[in-house]
Design a binder for this molecule. Structure first.
Ligand code: MLT
Ligand code: MN
Ligand code: ZN
Length: 314
């Protein structure tokens, strides 16, 4: 199974257009310890030469420009055949609009996430005669190309723009899901948003060859400390990496081949090569993804040569 990280940053990307927090400032100033990153998405080769996007980010067009394997192969022919959505956040659905030029596509989502698309007429630009919306149930595996896909609920919340006064955070109702992908006897689990690492999440990832997990914030109140906001990670539906219940240690004792952080917010100091926080996650056996990271599940690490924006490439 082949997977490419198209975008490793959280919503806003890195650096974020309106931000000079300490970490964004390094990126704006061209500090070689940081690499710019686009917004949250991965692509998996679900069949021979057929690729599925897991989330469609606002940066999808530039991600396609940077990734030869998902570029057009013929006259109005694309290797991108399917899109799987893990929530209705802007950073995960906005890129659907980039895919509007009448290529056949299937979009897979839970009932809740599908209803977000249905309620927003702009997504009607994906013409129904070529783009099929497939509503899938939690815990019921289905096939995309030669892969077996299964959605499972993870603690989360509704998208920011649908929050109401009776917001429930940490609900496992299908507003936020993880995805289990199996192909050729290998298994990758993708969880870009997760409010709590509970027993259900641990059971889901047990035995996975690769786990791609929510790396939004290092400290729960990091945004407040950086002076850029008052919300905690948990309030945004994202368990922090450090501290009590933090994701960094939450998977200790669970058998996982490779643990890789994705959906990393621009305030998160793990974005800085050599920072104490970066070293701490690496010592705990985590990798920090970057755009273009290609993983052949079951094989070694490979960073795509395409990216020369920073100087920390392996
Ligand atoms: C999140 O992951 O918390 C969202 O993407 C926030 C947002 O909508 O910008
Ligand atoms: Mn997000
Ligand atoms: Zn910032």
């Amino acid at each position: 199974m082949r997977m490419i990280v198209l975008g490793s940053a959280a919503g806003g990307g890195f650096p974020q257009w309106n931000c000079r927090c300490p970490v964004c400032s390094l990126a704006w100033d061209g500090d070689p310890r940081v690499k710019p990153r686009t917004q949250s998405s991965i692509a998996i080769e679900t069949g021979a030469g057929a690729w599925t996007l897991f989330n469609a980010s606002p940066d999808l067009r530039s991600q396609i420009l940077a990734t030869p394997k998902i570029q057009p192969t013929g006259l109005r022919e694309t290797p991108i055949r399917s899109v799987v959505l893990t929530n209705g956040d802007v950073d995960h659905i906005d890129g659907l609009i980039t895919l509007r030029e009448r290529s056949p596509l299937k979009v897979y989502a839970t009932e809740q996430i599908s209803s977000v698309l249905d309620a927003n007429p702009i997504f009607g630009v994906l013409a129904a005669d070529v783009v099929e919306r497939c509503t899938v149930e939690l815990g019921r595996p289905f096939e995309i190309d030669q892969s077996r896909i299964e959605f499972f609920a993870v603690p989360g919340k509704v998208p920011l723009y649908l929050e109401t006064e009776d917001l429930r955070i940490g609900d496992s109702s299908g507003d936020t899901v993880g995805v289990d992908v199996r192909k050729d006897g290998k298994r990758l689990v993708y969880i870009p948003g997760c409010a709590v690492v509970n027993d259900d999440v641990l059971a889901r990832v047990d035995g996975a060859d690769v786990l791609m997990f929510d790396g939004t914030v290092f400290e729960d109140d990091e945004m407040r400390q950086a002076g850029v906001g008052v919300k905690t990670g948990r309030r945004m539906g994202h368990v922090p990496l450090s501290g009590s219940g933090g994701s960094m240690g939450a998977f200790d004792g669970v058998k996982i081949g490779r643990k890789i952080y994705i959906h990393i917010n621009n305030t998160n100091p793990i974005l800085i090569a050599g920072s104490p926080q970066r070293r701490a996650v690496e010592e705990k056996g985590w990798e920090v993804s970057e755009d273009g990271l290609e993983v052949v599940v079951g094989a070694g690490l490979h960073i795509d040569k395409r990216d020369d924006r920073g100087s920390t490439a392996a």
